[in-house]
Design a protein. Structure first.
Length: 58
């Protein structure tokens, strides 16, 4: 796996998954700071030209 250039550690590529979905990797440091874990449910909302990812609360 290649490393990103210095200063671009938060630049990610969008990857196609199947025929109807896409994925983006989340930097591990953000996962740790938010105390998120694998397979955790999140909510994705669109606000203007941005996507917001938040923890799903039952």
């Amino acid at each position: 796996m290649t490393r990103n250039k210095v200063g671009s550690e938060n630049v990610r590529k969008i990857t196609r998954v199947g025929s109807m979905s896409y994925s983006i990797t989340i930097p591990v440091e953000y996962m740790r700071k938010l105390k998120w874990r694998e397979k955790q449910k999140v909510v994705v909302t669109k606000r203007g030209k941005k996507l917001v990812i938040e923890d799903w609360e039952a």
